[in-house]
Ligand binder design. Structure first.
Ligand code: NAD
Length: 544
């Protein structure tokens, strides 16, 4: 079969299941939830394919029922990070040299496993460990991660096929898309299981070896991703699993001379510290580390007076409160024209009274718990600040209770001052702050929106007047990396709306797109001279 060529077709997005009452997927997921919650597991490190135990134990608890422990896990320290670096480097030569068809086949298999037999497990792990309702788990753990595997494989193949032209007759040219020389440090946040899967696998697909550090509050689902990757055939040492405290794992990884790249998603301050560490150590590395980071946001919904009240109200409720506002893309500030405010307020207050909050195993709950005690304290601190301030009023919600789980009501704050603290800072919880502006100050307020926060991740404009849409489009050109027209600013789909922001929100390398895959390659271009010259003299040197 000398001419056989492996092709990865442009994949469709993974269909999202509905989990309607009486559906087979609902029954099977409920059974999996019972099974997983009923047993406590012990999670080891995975280094060079071997399970490693350190005895430094931490717990995975249910955020909505924090006395229930679903797992204990071993934490890595400097010794284990160094072991993982050695294991990664030992695996590198064979992995980088493996034909890309073989490598990508492994991740196509991971997609098939996740779409099929592992779907319930990863959804249930995400619902239990990160307190997501079934829909939020399905769009994240099942659909988005499957999409990351399939689309990244497709984009990688497309890049490998990009080849330079040849000179007629005498020169043959070639581009080899080599892996980076060293290891990639993949550091993921708690809020998306798909990100914990994407950060290590995107670089691995194009031949890199990886140390994967999940967030401490999402070790449970991240460990199950490692099991899927093992079953799919990722060889030992290619992706090493090193959960543990950020600094204890981060310091030895980022000061290693073999650090070739950082693939990070998380908060802006952690990313800036990582960049500083790389800067301080820049002379010690074998190569310049690639730094890719998607970080915080202060995402906006901006309404024009021509907006529809219900469309706007639904976007605010879903955009700000789904997954308890713990999406980097979650709407957390809104600009509403005076003429719409009274009706919009009535609509939202009425609708929010119907929102149910509780355990994700009760499928009627729209909201669940925030991730942990630290998040609960930070978010409620902002709510208390707004309660006490004369510059703000609580329009809806404002109560909280952590006696069983970390529950915070969906809260709407109205700020009189457009620079009020909760209009500017990332809260990462179910708190929406609204600034009401004079209808005739549309353009002026768009500039205010653009200049208010250091972030530029997502944003939305609501208007039926097309001139108003065009004006917002122009003035807000740099205010977000993902921009929505008459839609909530959350829920980007891999392959359709490549995701990432600029300014303090990240390097905007667009996860799940060819732009991200390019960052993990170091091309070698080769020229072969088919007819090498045999005389150093050029024609212009002739005397006549
Ligand atoms: P975080 O910054 O607290 O933690 C992220 C990861 O960094 C964790 O694994 C943590 O253990 C690790 N870490 C912390 N200190 C470290 C250090 N010194 N060295 C190495 N690693 C270290 O973020 P989080 O609370 O898990 O997630 C929420 C944040 O993530 C929010 O700011 C949110 O906006 C952001 N986020 C952004 C995107 C995006 O695409 N822009 C997506 C999801 C989340």
């Amino acid at each position: 079969m000398p001419n056989a060529k492996y092709e990865i077709p442009m994949p469709p997005n993974e269909p999202v299941k509905n989990y309607l009452p009486g559906s087979p997927e609902r029954a099977s997921l409920k059974a999996k939830l019972e099974e997983m919650q009923g047993k406590q597991i012990e999670i080891p490190l995975i280094i060079g394919g071997e399970e490693t135990k350190t005895g430094k134990i931490a717990k995975c608890v249910l955020p909505h029922d924090h006395k229930t422990v679903i797992a204990t896990y071993h934490q890595a320290g400097e010794k284990e990070v160094n072991m993982a670096i050695q294991a990664a480097l030992a695996a590198r030569t064979a992995w980088a040299a493996l034909d890309w068809e073989e490598r990508l086949s492994i991740f196509m298999k991971a997609a098939a496993l996740l779409s099929g037999p592992w779907r319930d497990t990863l959804n249930a792990a995400t619902m239990l460990g990160q307190s997501k309702n079934v829909f939020q788990a399905e769009i994240d753990a099942a659909a988005e991660l499957t999409d990351f595997f399939r689309f990244n494989a497709y984009y990688a193949m497309q890049l490998f096929e990009q080849q330079p032209p040849h000179s007629p007759m005498d020169v043959r040219n070639k581009m080899e898309y080599r892996a980076l020389e060293g290891f990639i440090f993949a550091v993921s946040p708690f809020n998306f299981t798909s990100i914990a899967g994407n950060l290590p696998t995107a670089p691995a697909m194009v031949g890199n070896v990886v140390l994967s550090k999940p967030a401490s509050s999402a070790v449970y689902s991240a460990y199950h991703i490692m099991q899927i990757l093992k079953e799919a055939g990722v060889p030992p040492g290619v992706i090493n699993f090193v959960p543990g405290p950020g600094g204890a794992v981060g310091r030895p990884a980022m000061t290693s001379p073999y650090l070739a790249g950082i693939h990070f998603t998380g908060s802006t301050s952690v990313f800036q510290d990582m960049w500083k560490t790389v800067g301080t150590n820049i002379a010690n590395y074998k190569s310049y580390p690639r730094i890719v980071g998607e970080t915080g946001g202060k995402d906006f919904i901006f309404a024009h007076k021509s907006a529809d009240i219900e469309e706007l109200g639904v976007a605010i409720i879903r955009g700000a409160f789904e997954y308890q506002g713990q999406k980097c893309s979650a709407a957390s500030r809104s600009y509403i024209p005076k003429s719409l405010w009274a009706d919009l307020k009535d609509y939202m207050v009425k609708e929010l009274k119907t929102v149910k909050m509780g355990d994700p195993r009760d499928f009627s709950n729209f909201m669940n718990a925030v991730i942990d005690k630290g998040a609960f304290t930070t978010i409620t601190g902002y709510i208390d600040y707004a309660k006490k301030s004369s510059d703000a009023e609580i329009v809806s919600g404002g109560n909280y209770d952590d006696s069983k789980g970390y529950f915070i009501e969906p809260t709407i704050v109205r700020a009189k001052n457009p620079h009020f603290k909760t209009m500017e800072e990332e809260i990462f919880g179910p708190v929406m702050t609204i600034y009401v502006y004079d209808d005739d100050k549309y353009e002026e307020t768009l500039h205010l929106c653009d200049e208010t926060s250091p972030y530029a991740l997502t944003g939305a404009v609501f208007a039926h007047d097309r001139y108003a849409v065009a004006t917002a489009n122009r003035i807000l050109i740099n205010a977000s990396g993902n921009f929505y027209i008459n839609d909530k600013p959350t829920g980007a789909v891999v392959g359709q709306q490549p995701f990432g922001g600029a300014r303090a929100s990240g390097t905007n390398d667009k996860a799940g797109s060819f732009l991200n895959m390019v960052r993990w390659m170091s091309p070698r271009s080769t020229k072969e001279n088919l007819v090498p010259p045999k005389n150093y003299r050029y024609p212009f040197m002739q005397e006549k």
